[in-house]
Design a binder for this molecule. Structure first.
Ligand code: AMP
Length: 214
């Protein structure tokens, strides 16, 4: 099954993608994770992405499209994928459509994670991430057992630089301006299922299962 997950930062699409990946037994491709790894490893891709990511801006299309093209050539996507964080603008969407056509693949569904803006700000600015495992916490909604350290291995929790309040505001503006038109693009193709994602994780998952008829 070929599924896109589109939603503002903090809308919970990453959390749901990890759960859905186990159910569908397909690969989860998160362009944000791919880029964060490249930045941490200081690869040439990471060098090109660092400044944009730190500011909460989109990385240049010419860079990210190459990353996606390369990822999709792999055989492990033959059974499907969950694409999380791509496409982020209309140009990326059109490039993806053309690429899938070239590969003979068809999108099954576009899940749009809808959520009120004030809730997103609270979710993002309170998010903390383990510096080793990447496990996510929230200072209010999902605090670790011991303040400031990961439950799994005691590693310090950090705040992503782009989760700082001024960056969050900017990222949400970018989403409205650049990514909402992508939802409209796929609505016209009849592919969009709206997921109300201000609910609990199991409730959101239930909506997804229904939308995908699982
Ligand atoms: P995310 O974890 O999906 O919120 O992505 C974090 C950051 O990675 C974004 O703020 C962008 O700087 C960059 N990024 C992720 N996916 C894309 C994409 N498809 N196009 C451009 N930049 C991206």
């Amino acid at each position: 099954m070929y599924v896109l997950l589109i939603g503002a930062p903090g809308s919970g699409k990453g959390t749901q993608a990890k759960l859905l990946k186990e159910i569908l037994k397909v690969e989860h491709i998160s362009t944000g994770d791919l880029l964060r790894r490249a930045v941490a490893e200081k690869t040439p891709l990471g060098e090109k992405a660092t400044a944009y990511m730190a500011k909460g801006e989109l990385v240049l299309d010419s860079v990210i499209i190459g990353v996606l093209e390369e990822a999709l050539q792999h055989e492990r996507y033959a059974k499907g994928f969950l694409l999380d964080g791509y496409p982020r603008n209309l140009n990326q969407a059109k490039t993806l459509d053309a690429l899938l056509e070239k590969l003979g693949l068809t999108l099954d569904k576009v899940l749009y994670f809808n959520i009120p803006l004030p809730l997103l700000e609270e979710r993002l600015t309170g998010r903390r991430v383990s510096s080793t495992t990447g496990k996510e916490y929230h200072v209010k909604f999902h605090p670790p057992k011991l303040d400031g350290v990961c439950d799994l291995d005691g590693a310090p929790l950090i705040q992503r630089p782009d989760d700082q309040p001024d960056k969050v505001k900017f990222r949400l503006e970018v989403f409205q301006k650049e990514t909402v038109p992508v939802v409209e693009h796929y609505k016209k193709k009849g592919l969009v299922a709206v997921i109300e994602s201000a609910k609990t994780i199991p409730e959101v998952q239930g909506q997804i299962m229904q939308a995908l008829q699982l």
